[in-house]
Design a protein around this ligand. Structure first.
Ligand code: NI
Length: 132
């Protein structure tokens, strides 16, 4: 996307803080850092306002726990309207990795993920949300 320039006035102290932030995170320039900060803020605001967001839920579990697998499938069918796709990888003899791509209201994504992550036997679970 084409970048547009605009003027920003900042207090000296804030500008200094921004430059430290740029240095610490090794941004190529201030514009990149400011873009990230704005986007981060907008994602948080979208979450709060409950706009449509995108998310990825990553799960790791032992597939020998059949009850867990059944419950997970039940929950996924209950929330089928926010599931775009899912990918299952058999990591080794015991462990499975599941990546579920989601789209919908932030609160729904959170509710769905919390229910899955809290199932007994889930070894790892994390939801990452983003907005365009
Ligand atoms: Ni598997």
């Amino acid at each position: 996307m084409k970048a547009k320039r605009f003027g920003v006035s900042l207090e000296e102290k804030l500008l200094k803080d921004l430059d430290n932030f740029v240095k610490e995170h090794k941004f190529p320039n201030r514009s990149q850092a400011i873009s990230l900060l704005i986007r981060k803020n907008l994602v948080e605001e979208a979450w709060e306002k409950n706009k449509k967001v995108w998310g990825t839920l990553v799960l790791i579990y032992n597939h020998h726990k059949r009850e867990l697998v059944n419950k997970s499938l039940d929950i996924q069918h209950d929330f089928s309207y926010i599931i775009i796709s899912s990918q299952h990888v058999h990591l080794d003899h015991n462990n499975c990795l599941e990546i579920i791509v989601l789209s919908g209201k932030a609160i729904e994504l959170k509710k769905f993920s919390d229910r899955l992550i809290s199932l007994k036997g889930i070894k790892y679970g994390k939801l990452v949300m983003t907005a365009t």
